[in-house]
Design a protein around this ligand. Sequence first.
Ligand code: HEM
Length: 345
Amino acid sequence: MPQQGQPQDVLAPPATAAIFLVVTVRPGGEDTVRGLLPDIAGLTRAVGFRSPEDGLSCVTGIGAHLWDRLYGPPRPAGLHPFRTLAGAVHTAVSTPGDLLFHLRARRPDLCFELARQLMTRLAGHADVADEVHGFRYFDERDLLGFVDGTESPSGPDGVVAVTIGDDDPAFAGGSYVVVQKYLHDMRGWNALPVEAQELAMGRRKLSDIELPDAAKPPNSHVALNTIVDPDGTQHQIVRDNMPFGSIGADEFGTYFIGYVGRVDVIERMLENMFIGDPPGNHDRILDFSTAVTGGLFFVPTADFLDDPSPRLALASATAAAEPDPQPPPGGGPAADGSLGIGSLR
Ligand code: HEM
């Protein structure tokens, strides 16, 4: 049996501050990244220990293109560039990103200091493609005014949702993460009566109680994101969205972050939202929320960050023993664009 290894702090306790840092690595910066990855845990301890009760954590994700540059094939089975999803009305865009740093704490200064230390190490070799400072808003609400995160699994269910299983033995114990930065049309949203907002979300606004199935429209956010197999098995993701904004710039947003062990689960949610289920029945909250970024990253276990060689060796040995058509030589996406790990439909 392969050792699953220690996960990164994917399931970190609730934080009140976060920085989402998406970084691109310049050509030639690979060695600098290889040198940084094993040091991230120590940097996090150094910054976090100055205020241990504030729970600083850092999760590092690696994008598909950077994976190829750092390690070559084979990639983790579900790792590929974020796929643009162009629905009839709304599009999930795919934007550049080689590394994701998800920094969380109960104080923003801890996140800020760690972000600064990380970028100091990458100076001259990487650029910040996107930086969002998120804050916890009243009652865990997003800026649309709804409590956000209620049905995100925790405890053992959370572990199951985020953990790559032994079907990808070299990378078991890791996770995948999808991020999207959404900007809200607050005027349009606030012009809706609360009852119409509740139908868009699928939950009551004040009490956060889910609408009964009979009252929940098929284009509500909750209906389209409830993924249940014909045999009744529900597939979940762990979310830790954060509001962000700028009063002066009239910018009000939600930074979506979803961790998952099976990429096809979160991709099914995105398809339901943007293409629609059935196609055309898109998520009503998209009429008031525009995705301006989109990225998919592999979140290795902590032991991989420390020393990737045992798992890379296992990945090569597994690929050699059981030739798998996905990904093809060169590590690109499968010719049919599928993951080849089964469909939930
Ligand atoms: C549920 C907000 C984007 C997946 C919810 C809920 C809110 C919310 C308020 C209901 C309470 C809860 O269970 O958390 C938002 C906002 C988004 C956004 C403001 C961006 C503008 C996304 C995206 C995905 C997603 C992109 C998936 C790719 C889910 C799931 C649930 C959920 C799985 C729980 C459904 C259930 O089992 O009841 N979201 N969300 N959300 N959202 Fe989102």
